[in-house]
Ligand binder design. Structure first.
Ligand SMILES: Cc1cc2nc3c(=O)[nH]c(=O)nc-3n(C[C@H](O)[C@H](O)[C@H](O)COP(=O)(O)OP(=O)(O)OC[C@H]3O[C@@H](n4cnc5c(N)ncnc54)[C@H](O)[C@@H]3O)c2cc1C
Length: 528
């Protein structure tokens, strides 16, 4: 029979758990497989823990069942950790035009994959380029100051916004559709450990390898993937979305159109609203990226064990002050990472963070963001948040007049004084000293200050001498939501499926991939 044994202490992250489980239970076991591994950094001695599926003789099971953390392996465990069943049955036959998917970020890719698996013909249109052309373009922009390509950059191109990221897979789930997504990722080259690691991440280098394999797999499923294919309009026939128009003038007829354009394709979002898709403004969070030497974070989290071969430490902090004050949180923390210019438009500056799989860099960075409401945007209509973001990003660019980012030491930001000198930073295009309070509205500055002080009380050194702020982190999510019905079609324009982060659904690789997968299933269900 099988038992679930939790809190198995491992010598190292990748240790085979069989000896630890046998020692813990004090009986012989046939097999032990870790279904989840996590680092427990509480207390003085951080340790690797595993949850294991253990095969054991019935008579021995009777002796140990009921011990702390030991119980029978249940149907629920099987659903959560076992192999998922095929979730989408194949369509029997498909006549008529293909389904068009716009955007090859996580939402578009997993929508295309799900449709392809079901035998639905798909055309996947991406305005940017394949990673083989995209990565050198971004590197030339950073390192050789090659002019920004507005169609092929850190935000646009194969893999979408997540390609140059830490590749954090932010979910505890491994069951159902999320399990399916994780297994898709492993199938195209992700490290199988993501199936069992609690806070799994891929790293930008791994993502760049996974994407061509994923593309090839889509090709095998009959998905036509086209790069340099920017959608500029929708074909609307008898009140229904019936295809798309490309910048080249080409018209592509579609059975249904899934638009997964991301939070930075403002032109595409505006076009959908102009074509009748109903939308509302929604809250978002805005602020700065904070950077510390990774050593500071390791010492704060691991204490004396810092430097003893433990992985670079991370954190996740929140601040909810009483009363009406703004809430704040850290977001998209990148251990051993790099602060990057996350830009797709001329004379606009936005920062974000990424890491490689090894997280081996000298710095740790994270967003520190404060919530803002649609009434703060100062405009009316569903797209008012874009104008607010745009003005902030233009102010930030104007500080240096190029891609160098405004920066200030945390201690100086808190004391309302300029930074006479700046520490070294991972940001690849240079930083310039600037009082960051001048970029933001006063309420947001007060929120940032309160949060920094609070986070410093939780993580020693967070607001210390070595901490640096780089700004602005203005695109944490989309400030607009395209409304859709229970069938996931646009309210106002049937046949159009607004999907993923740009449409206001999900924020992050897994949540947007899940939204794409579910939208694909809705298209299949609607087709009967
Ligand atoms: C630097 C950075 C680091 C991040 N780190 C993480 C992380 O570690 N973990 C995490 O979970 N999330 C992370 N995120 C967020 C995550 O990447 C996004 O939430 C996710 O990529 C959104 O997926 P999406 O498919 O909705 O849109 P996107 O990934 O933005 O993809 C949209 C795609 O649509 C294309 N497109 C847009 N308009 C058109 C058009 N008109 N015609 C054709 N194609 C079009 C774009 O070129 C783009 O490729 C990070 C984001 C950034 C920028």
């Amino acid at each position: 029979m099988f038992l679930m044994v939790s809190e198995v202490t491992l010598a190292e992250r990748d240790s085979d758990p069989i000896h630890a489980v046998a020692a813990r239970l004090g009986v012989s076991i046939a097999s032990a497989v870790a279904v989840k591994r996590s680092l427990d950094a509480r207390g003085h001695r951080p340790r690797w823990l595993a949850v294991c599926k253990v095969e054991i003789a019935d008579r021995d099971a009777a002796r140990v069942e009921g011990l702390h953390g030991v119980r029978r392996w249940s149907q629920r465990d099987e659903e959560r950790y076992g192999e998922p069943e095929a979730l989408v049955p194949r369509v029997r036959r498909w006549s008529g035009p293909p389904v068009v998917v716009v955007g090859s970020g996580p939402a578009g890719l997993f929508a295309a994959r799900t449709l392809g698996d079901a035998g639905v013909p798909v055309v996947l249109l991406e305005r940017g380029q394949a990673v083989e052309q995209r990565v050198p373009e971004v590197k030339d922009f950073w390192k050789r100051r090659k002019p920004l390509d507005p169609e092929n950059n850190l935000l646009f191109g194969e893999g979408g916004a997540g390609t140059f990221s830490d590749g954090k897979l932010t979910t505890r789930r491994r069951d159902g559709e999320v399990g399916q997504i994780m297994r898709y990722l492993v199938e195209v080259g992700a490290d199988p450990s993501i199936l069992e690691t609690a806070h799994a991440h891929l790293g930008t280098d791994a993502l760049r390898k996974i994407l061509p394999t994923l593309r090839a797999r889509l090709g095998e499923l009959g998905v036509e993937v086209r790069f340099g294919a920017r959608v500029v309009d929708l074909i609307v026939e008898r009140g229904r979305c019936a295809g798309v128009v490309l910048a080249s003038g080409e018209r592509v007829a579609a059975h249904a159109v899934l638009v997964a354009a991301g939070h930075s394709a403002r032109d595409t979002l505006e076009m959908m609203v102009r074509r009748g898709a109903r939308a509302v403004a929604r809250p978002m969070a805005v602020g700065v990226r904070i950077e510390h030497p990774q050593r500071v974070i390791d010492e704060a989290r691991y204490g004396r064990r810092a430097g003893e071969g433990l992985p670079p430490a991370s954190y996740r902090l929140t601040w909810s002050p009483p009363g009406q004050a703004r809430r704040a949180h850290t977001f998209c923390m990148c251990p051993g990472g790099t602060v990057v210019p996350a830009v797709n438009a001329a004379e606009r500056l936005v920062v974000n963070g990424m890491s490689y799989a090894a997280r081996g860099g000298s710095w740790a960075n994270s967003a520190v963001v404060v919530g803002i409401q649609p009434q703060d945007f100062g405009g009316t209509g569903p797209l008012a948040g874009y104008a607010w973001q745009d003005a902030l990003e233009a102010r930030a660019f104007a500080v240096a007049g190029d891609w160098r980012a405004p920066a200030q030491r945390v201690v100086d930001f808190l004391a309302d004084r300029g930074s006479a000198s700046l520490p070294r930073s991972s940001y690849p295009m240079g930083i310039v000293s600037h009082p960051l309070a001048a970029l933001f509205p006063p309420g947001l500055v007060a929120g940032l200050k309160g949060a920094l002080l609070h986070f410093d009380s939780q993580l020693a050194g967070f607001a210390g001498e070595e901490a640096l702020l780089i700004a602005p982190e203005s695109r944490t999510t989309s400030p607009v939501r395209l409304l859709r019905g229970d069938d996931r079609q646009s309210e106002g324009l049937p046949g159009l499926y607004p999907v993923g982060e740009g449409a206001g659904y999900g924020g992050g690789i897994i949540s947007t991939a899940l939204d794409g997968l579910k939208a694909a299933r809705a298209v299949i269900a609607a087709a009967g």
